[in-house]
Design a protein around this ligand. Structure first.
Ligand code: F0G
Length: 366
């Protein structure tokens, strides 16, 4: 029997920064890599979905939060702060509770999915809705961390990226080598930075904190394909967006903190960063739920929407091994499932309480 112990313990020798830190964990990581047969057939490649919605708080943020909170504990911090479009705040609130710290979160006014908001409140975070967007919240959070005794746990904290790189390790460990292409949504651009670091580290010898050299695990690194939402696509446009807009509120970001690192991941891997429309995102969201059995929040579907866009343009290499990260669980922001492609509300059909009526409604008795 093997109990998954969370990413810090599972990948301890590859996380030298965490050496000697107390481990604050909720058992994050170890998420499924699901072979997506229908999607594979549709794009003519072998496609896997890394389902990060199955982390303890329902998003990939937990991988970086276990490391950030453990470093905060090592530094003797009593309080943490973050800016968030929702998932970071949910994760920070849960891990701060586990660590016995207080947590303050700054979120953009009125654009947070209900599931995420309720998580932060359930875990007792001090939640402030700021009259501004995510980028404004992050500016304020950074200033607070500079001037007050609170530790910033956004992805500008180096421990966050360090933890998030473990997703790449899990993928290579599962497939036996790196995929040809890795596709993921891009918001503040911490995750693409983390994945690229993980893939690079696994493709070369690695020196541990106690000076041992580990051999390379993979023979190659994948091309990194990142996708932003069209209305919040500063990296694609080459300039910040003052008023980013998208239904994918998780990635409604106009000036990503890790902009430069995202461009490096793109260029060094021979990859690309492109955008997808909100309609493409919602189509991909429906496709994943109805064809593959995987329920995600809209921002997560940007990776699948991106893959489908590239397929339509004839740019998906035949037979390639492709991993798409879906970053957050569908239950975070479930309202989108309750509308059809035309935007109409979907209502459950009402039936009388007898077997015949139910059988008729189900088309079993015709
Ligand atoms: N997908 C989801 C579900 C997210 O919550 C985020 C970011 C991203 C993708 C983009 O990842 O920022 O590393 O490029 N959410 C942050 C938050 C901004 O505050 O929860 P990224």
């Amino acid at each position: 029997a093997h109990l998954w112990r969370g990413v810090i313990t599972e990948y301890a020798e590859r996380l030298p920064m965490l050496d000697g830190a107390p481990v604050v964990t909720l058992g994050e990581g170890g998420t499924p890599l699901i072979e997506a047969e229908k999607l594979s057939k549709r794009v003519g490649a072998r496609v896997f979905v890394k389902y990060e919605g199955l982390n303890p708080t329902g998003s990939f943020k937990d991988r970086g939060m276990t490391t950030a909170m453990s470093m905060a504990a090592k530094n003797g911090a009593k309080a943490v702060i973050c800016a968030s479009t929702g998932n970071t705040s949910a994760s920070a609130a849960a891990y701060a509770t586990k660590a016995g710290m207080t947590c303050a979160v700054l979120v953009p006014d009125g654009k947070i999915a209900m599931g995420k908001l309720s998580q932060a409140i359930a875990h007792g975070a001090q939640l402030l809705q700021v009259d501004g967007n995510f980028d404004d919240c992050l500016t304020v959070a950074r200033k607070l961390a500079e001037n007050y005794p609170v530790e910033l746990v956004n992805s500008v904290n180096p421990a966050r990226i360090e933890g998030q790189k473990t997703a790449s390790f899990e993928i290579v460990d599962a497939l036996g080598d790196a995929p040809d292409i890795h596709v993921l949504p891009v918001g503040n651009a911490g995750n693409i930075t983390g994945y690229w670091r993980g893939y690079r580290e696994y493709a070369a010898p690695f020196t541990t904190a106690d000076g041992r050299e580990l051999p390379a695990v993979s023979t190659k690194t994948p091309k990194m394909w990142g996708f932003q939402a069209e209305g919040a696509s500063p990296i694609v446009a080459g300039h910040p967006f003052d008023e980013p807009e998208t239904i994918a509120t998780a990635i409604r970001i106009g000036n990503p903190a890790s902009w430069k690192q995202a461009e490096e991941a793109r260029d060094d891997s021979g990859g690309l960063i492109d955008s997808v429309s909100d309609d493409d995102i919602l189509d991909a969201h429906r496709y994943l739920s109805s064809e593959e059995g995987i329920f995600v929040e809209p921002a997560s579907a940007a990776s699948i929407a991106g893959l489908l866009k590239k397929h339509a343009a004839g740019q998906v290499p035949a037979g390639a091994t492709i991993v798409c990260t879906v970053t957050g669980h569908g239950l975070k922001d479930p309202q989108w499932a309750l509308r059809n492609a035309d935007g109409d509300d979907i209502q459950p059909e009402r039936v009388d309480v007898d077997a015949y009526s139910v059988a008729r409604a189900l088309g079993l008795d015709s």
